[in-house]
Design a protein around this ligand. Structure first.
Ligand code: FEO
Length: 173
């Protein structure tokens, strides 16, 4: 049976992952409003991916005899000054999520909950990828520097992203 402290912290992480999804959907809507459909598509895929993170944690909690508890989700911003400002916010958010995962890992280690340490290793690796992918978009937007042709090309590149349902979640969604 999972300890209450770890259970509570994992429930907090579920809330953070749902907020991430909610915020990325708000960002997709911002890009819809400025007709950059490829960026919108990329962010909607990201929003879906965040929901798979929610399910991974919920599934793990259930497996360990815990209970999922949903809480109020904070309202995200709805406007950004530019595509670059928006993606700088994406990158900053992912860095914040990395810190949350690190704190969760610290707690699991302190509680000698090795099963949760093992479970969280996937999230540690995922955050390296999330930071790298979002920073890459920031760097490209800086290179483009507001140039309409460059932005159009980048928008097409963003449109190529596909959503891949993790194998272990087949049949869950
Ligand atoms: Fe679930 Fe983007 O971290």
């Amino acid at each position: 049976m999972i300890k209450q402290t770890v259970q509570d912290a994992l429930n907090e992480q579920i809330n953070a992952e749902i907020y991430s999804s909610y915020m990325y959907y708000a960002m997709a809507s911002y890009f819809d409003s400025i007709s950059l459909d490829g960026f919108s598509h990329w962010l909607r895929v990201q929003a879906l991916e965040e929901l798979t993170h929610v399910q991974k944690i919920a599934g793990y909690l259930n497996e360990r005899g815990g209970r999922v508890n949903m809480k109020a989700v904070e309202a995200p911003p709805n406007e950004w000054d530019s595509p670059l400002a928006c993606f700088e916010a994406v990158y900053a958010h992912e860095c914040k999520v990395t810190e949350l995962i690190n704190s969760l890992m610290d707690l699991a280690l302190a509680e000698r909950d090795h099963a949760t340490v093992s479970f969280l290793n996937w999230f540690v690796d995922e955050q390296t990828e999330e930071e790298s992918n979002t920073d890459a978009v920031v760097q490209k937007l800086k290179l483009v520097d507001g140039n309409k042709g460059g932005l159009f090309m980048l928008d097409r590149e963003m449109d190529a992203r596909t959503f891949v349902l993790p194998a272990e979640l087949t049949g869950v969604f």
